[in-house]
Ligand binder design. Structure first.
Ligand code: GLA
Length: 378
């Protein structure tokens, strides 16, 4: 199984935590279809921690909690599949999951076989309660091997939060995406912290194994399991812009049964999603960064698209409005090249004109602007 673009989907953790059940999950599957999320490309519906009983069965197999999932997991998977979606589940490389449910240490092949039998297409694999002397580098490889031999294509989503030098070895394990950050919570400080932590790791992101900046908090409005404070709509748009532009998987975390029009407009902007899902998957590079009092205030980034266009991301992490300036010479345009950039504003959905020397855009405090430029004759 080769994963060519960042996976898109929904995950239960950010809003629901342990509060999950079959009815709610089926309603999420319905909502993914009815809201248009599925057709916009969101494909995986993932149940996170807290789905099982506290004991394995007599054969050592994990058992879905019958109170939460009375029909069993195969029935949930079948329902999710009947909606044209893929089904994801969760386990962990230690003896217990982070929420202290049984986990896959020493049961890797049995659990991979169980997941395959249930029709699971995606496994999020966490990193809590690892026995001493068993490094993640070994345990993630064990599960990677078990999944690759379970007889079903299961996307391996390694979640070790970027610790233990994982950028050095995560691709050895067969992971298709890996959590390159700590846990997100629903506030601006968290979005800013995760963005800054991601910058040195961007060079490791790429096809086959994507840096996962953690699930989205867009639309949570301070409610739910990680709803600590909430963000403004502008901040949610910035969060989504950065995750999308940096090529992170986009796993929605809000209650999609009840999304505002603003939330829908953020999550389903086709032109922004097209940048995230660009088939060439080239890494973003920084073209202009300004620090204030030694803190990164704002930065301007570019990413070359498969069709020759250039995507531009202007991100303002500061508390002040800014007017970043992009010199076309920094992209090899203008001057003797005879070429200029015809620029479209992806959030406004507007063509802004053709620029041959420089391009300046206002970016409000905590804001982001995304553009796509086409190379044309000056
Ligand atoms: C860890 C992960 C989270 C979530 C919880 C579940 O903290 O990083 O994304 O899966 O465990 O307990």
């Amino acid at each position: 199984m080769i994963v060519k673009t960042p996976p898109l989907g929904w995950n239960s953790w950010n809003t629901f935590g342990h509060n999950i059940n079959e009815t709610m999950i089926k309603e999420m599957a319905d909502a993914m279809v009815e809201t248009g999320l599925r057709d916009a490309g969101y494909e995986y519906l993932v149940i996170d921690d807290c789905w099982s009983l506290h004991e394995r069965d007599e054969n050592g197999k994990l058992v879905a909690d019958p109170e939460k999932f009375p029909g069993g997991m195969k029935a949930v998977a079948d329902y999710v599949h009947s909606k044209g979606l893929k089904f994801g589940m969760y386990s962990c490389d230690g003896t217990m999951t982070c929420a202290r449910y049984p986990s896959s240490f020493d049961y890797e092949f049995i659990d991979a076989a169980t997941f395959a039998e249930w029709g699971v297409d995606f496994l999020k694999y966490d990193n809590c309660n690892r026995p001493v002397n068993y490094p993640g580098r070994l345990l993630y490889k064990r599960m990677g091997l078990a999944l690759a031999n379970c007889g079903r294509d299961i996307l391996f989503s390694a979640c070790n939060w970027g610790v233990d030098n994982s950028p050095e070895w995560i691709k050895e394990t067969g992971a298709h995406m890996w959590r390159s950050t700590g846990d997100i919570v629903d506030n601006w400080q968290s979005i800013k912290d995760l963005t800054l932590a991601q910058l040195p790791l961007l060079k490791t992101n790429g096809q086959g194994c994507f840096n996962d900046m953690d699930m989205l908090v867009v639309g949570m409005g301070g409610k739910g399991n990680v709803g600590v404070g909430g963000c403004t709509v502008e901040e949610y748009r910035t969060h989504f812009s950065i995750w999308a532009f940096f090529g992170s998987p986009l796993m929605i975390g809000c209650d999609i049964r009840d999304m505002s029009e603003e939330t829908k407009a953020i999550l389903m902007n086709k032109e922004v999603l097209a940048v995230n899902q660009d088939p060439a998957y080239r890494q973003p590079f920084e073209i202009n960064t300004v620090h204030w009092a030694s803190e990164l205030a704002w930065s301007a980034w570019a990413r070359f698209m498969e069709n020759g266009d250039i995507a531009l991301g202007f991100f303002n992490l500061s508390d002040h409005n800014t007017n970043p300036c992009l010199a076309m010479a920094d992209l090899g345009l203008g001057g003797r090249s005879g070429k200029a950039l015809k620029i479209r504003d992806l959030w406004a959905g507007e063509d802004l004109g053709t620029f041959k020397d420089q391009f300046v855009a206002n970016v409000p405090a905590h804001g982001a602007r995304l553009f796509r430029g086409q190379i044309v004759d000056a």
